[in-house]
Write a protein that binds this ligand. Structure first.
Ligand code: S3P
Length: 163
């Protein structure tokens, strides 16, 4: 039995917004994994990155381990969760994993690249990461949900799957 939902996908794909919307409708709490990491460590994500991406990934894996043990929760993952298979392994038994797929051109309209540690070098980096990760998002998710245009339609798609 699936007892929680994990939204994966690129930064700016709408994971947090959709988690918030789902949480309201389903009356189930949601958590943004980056917020969870910040509250656990008392540090901002950008500060954690100052110790290197490798260290951030270690902290992220610890967060996955803790959150995977919870029930009745909607989780918006950080975009890089798919970089370590073990992160998804924690969730595989009892979590519905949804890949929120949003085209790069749409993502760029919405996000401020300068505030995201991995994307500071700009759009090229975003494209590179998308290429690197696309097959991983596919591989680790139960469903792919397109998020283009009206976000309410995307939400409906998710609700249909969950029925
Ligand atoms: C990352 C995405 C971020 C955050 C960190 C690394 C990534 O989360 O976890 O900056 O590797 O794509 P969002 O996807 O919520 O922006």
């Amino acid at each position: 039995m699936k007892n929680k939902v994990l939204l994966i996908g690129m930064p700016g794909s709408g994971k947090t917004t959709l988690s918030r919307m789902l949480s309201k409708i389903l009356q189930v709490p949601y958590i943004d994994m980056d917020d969870f990491i910040e509250s656990q460590t008392g540090k901002e994500i950008s500060q954690i990155f100052q110790n290197g991406e490798h260290y951030f990934r270690y902290v992220e894996t610890q967060a996955c381990n803790v959150l995977a043990k919870k029930k009745d929760l909607i989780i918006a993952a950080g975009g890089g969760i798919v970089k370590k298979p073990v992160n998804l392994k924690y969730f595989e038994q009892d979590t519905l994993i949804l890949f929120i797929k949003r085209p790069i051109e749409e993502i760029i309209k919405d996000i401020d690249l300068s505030t995201r540690p991995l994307l500071k070098s700009g759009m090229h980096k975003l494209e590179l990461l998308y290429k690197e990760r696309y097959s991983l998002y596919k591989k680790f998710s139960d469903y792919t949900i397109e998020n283009v245009g009206d976000i309410n339609k995307t939400l409906e798609e998710i609700l249909k799957i969950m029925k």
